[in-house]
Design a protein around this ligand. Structure first.
Ligand code: SF4
Ligand SMILES: [Zn+2]
Ligand SMILES: [Zn+2]
Length: 315
């Protein structure tokens, strides 16, 4: 006997949401993801009418699914959408995703701008890996530092009010663990999903922050979105993969534990932020002028360590 959907009670189940016990048909599942995205946007006051949104798009399932949903929402909210893609310069990996993003944007009539590490920082990732002083400086820490700045610069250069990225609930938990295990407690204070306005006027939002990665894969697949499945060749160097496995194993035994953890991190984030507020020292990087807690920001420090000559990468 085929199980019927718990929501509509008419169609066949295609998805079992273990943490809530729901059995959902395809259309009720798709609707639930879009509804959850809208609820997250509203809960954390992420968007207003008429704002211009730059969506960071890599070509993976999360970012294309986010672009797909934000494009739908944008009509009723009168939001202007622009996709921005950062080309890290990883041979054999980024080339494929760039063509996926281009054809997706063409089909959905979304403007796309591509920015490269090479033009912004004077080196692509493959060269940066060759130039790093030791493996202690991991590929993902170089790449993450550059990507954050590249997305900021790209968003400001297209006059966006908002930068939307597709970080999901799993990413959020992994980031927390990375901050915790690296002793970077002050970053935990910046994790709460309500957007903060940065000195350049940009606000950053993560509308998928309350959605499991596995559900986004399912959503993207059933939306007919073609996405890149190959993994980055440098991925194994990141401790993120180990935390991903850790949380997935826990979730298998204790469905819903990721949500519980998410809620605890949010509470912790607020506490850390309130403590740090009293001690907050706002510095500006002496080299590039960006906000930094040290005299020299992490991008400039990385550029120095890699011995790159590019200096022109600030807003
Ligand atoms: S896995 Fe690491 S190196 Fe590869 S794209 Fe992601 S952050 Fe960059
Ligand atoms: Zn249904
Ligand atoms: Zn700097």
């Amino acid at each position: 006997m085929t199980l019927l959907c718990n929501k509509c009670n008419k169609k066949h189940t295609v998805f079992h949401r273990r943490y809530s016990g729901e059995y959902l048909c395809r259309s009720c599942f798709m609707y639930s993801i879009e509804k959850k995205t809208l609820q997250t946007i509203s809960k954390y006051s992420m968007l207003k009418f008429n704002q211009k949104i730059a969506v960071g798009v890599s070509g993976g399932k999360d970012s294309l699914a986010l672009l797909h949903i934000l494009k739908k929402i944008s009509k009723r909210n009168n939001n202007d959408i622009i996709a921005i893609t950062i080309d890290e310069g990883i041979e054999g990996y980024r080339n494929e995703s760039l063509s996926i993003v281009k054809s997706f944007c063409k089909e959905k009539e979304i403007s796309l701008r591509i920015f490269s590490y090479n033009e912004l920082f004077g080196s692509n990732m493959d060269e940066a890996i060759m130039k790093r002083p030791s493996k202690k400086l991991s590929s993902c820490s170089i790449c993450g530092t550059f990507r954050r700045r590249a997305l900021d610069l790209a968003s400001v250069s297209v006059n966006a009010d908002i930068l939307a990225t597709a970080h999901n609930l799993d990413d959020y938990l992994q980031t927390f663990m990375i901050n915790l295990f690296s002793g970077d407690i002050s970053r935990i204070g910046w994790m709460y999903p309500r957007p903060i306005e940065y000195s350049n006027g940009l606000k950053k939002i993560k509308p998928f922050v309350e959605i499991y990665e596995s559900e986004i894969v399912f959503y993207a697949f059933h939306s007919g979105i073609e996405f890149q499945t190959d993994e980055c060749p440098y991925m194994d160097e990141s401790i993120r993969s180990e935390f991903r496995l850790f949380f997935n194993d826990l979730e298998k035994i204790h469905p819903g534990i990721k949500y519980n953890c998410f809620n605890s991190i949010n509470k912790l984030s607020k506490i850390v932020k309130s403590i740090e507020k009293n001690e907050e020292i706002k510095n500006t990087c002496l080299n590039c002028g960006e906000t930094s807690s040290n005299n020299i920001c992490s991008v400039c420090t990385t550029i120095q360590m890699l011995n790159l000559s590019k200096k022109n990468f600030s807003n």
